[in-house]
Design a protein around this ligand. Structure first.
Ligand code: FES
Length: 261
């Protein structure tokens, strides 16, 4: 884990209330793995006091990309930053996805709901580099919720989109689309990030089909480093079940360990 207090925002792209930041932060970029996150200080002063957790969208030796949706005061302040501005971040944090779970030449399904697509771009890139075939399922309520579809396609990934209102792609939930494809041919592994109801439905489906799956859990995070107990979740362990801190032991867990709310 590194604290980069003087990372610099290199590039900003936006689609309505969705933002993609490219940040020069070589120490964090070099160490990052797909599924990990950073804690970002959104303002120079103390309001808001707490950092915001953001999934790492991509990383290389120069830095990292962060994708987020404005969803409150913190992300609203963050979205006002311009190229050249300072970004104070701590990371990479958390365990990340198990890239090795996808075997060479086998298909991996990556299922993202809304802003849950954030860590799946980095994961798709690493899976492709490891010789697996990533297929990205990207769902939102409307077409405005799936702004990264062109970026994913331009990167060469197979992308299947869905919208709840039918404004783009498959009309219905992304779990229904992924489920339809899984019924035709089972992937070797499924990775998912998104709202709890989406992941809960997908967990039931993958368990029924016997497909290994990993889920990135979202939580309110006050510190990101195990100090505040703000991110506890019930998880199955060898003694039955217990409470763990998502920031320390997660955010990624195999489906069979998660007790869904
Ligand atoms: Fe503080 Fe996890 S966010 S303990």
């Amino acid at each position: 884990m590194t604290i980069e207090r003087d990372a610099r925002l290199r590039e900003v792209q936006s689609w309505g209330d969705h933002f993609l930041f490219v940040v020069d932060a070589p120490d964090v970029g070099r160490a990052a793995r797909p599924g990990q996150f950073v804690m970002v200080k959104v303002a120079e002063g103390t309001d808001p006091l707490l950092r915001r957790p953001l999934g790492i969208h991509d990383a290389d030796k120069k830095g990292l990309a962060l994708f987020f949706k404005v969803a409150g005061k913190g992300t609203e302040i963050l979205a006002r930053k311009k190229p050249g501005d300072r970004v104070d971040l701590i990371g990479p944090l958390g365990n990340g996805f198990t890239v090795a779970a996808a075997k060479k030449g086998r298909t991996a399904y990556l299922v993202g709901g809304g802003r849950g697509i954030a860590p799946l771009f980095f994961l798709a890139r690493e899976l492709a580099a490891a010789g697996a075939r990533p297929v990205v399922f990207y769902g939102g309520r409307t077409v405005a919720d799936i702004p990264l579809r062109d970026k994913l396609e331009k990167a060469g990934f197979e992308v299947r989109c869905s919208t709840d209102d039918g404004s783009f792609g498959f009309a219905g939930f992304v779990t229904a689309l992924a489920g339809r494809e899984m019924a035709k041919a089972k992937p070797a592994v499924v990775y998912a990030c998104g709202p709890d109801p989406m992941m809960k439905a997908l967990a039931a489906l993958t368990a029924k089909l016997g497909v290994p799956a990993e889920f990135s859990l979202e939580s309110v995070m006050g510190c990101g480093i195990g100090a505040c107990w703000g991110c506890v979740h019930r998880i199955k362990d060898e003694n039955g079940d217990g409470w763990i801190k998502i920031c320390e032991e997660g955010p990624v867990f195999p489906g069979e360990r998660i007790l869904w709310p």
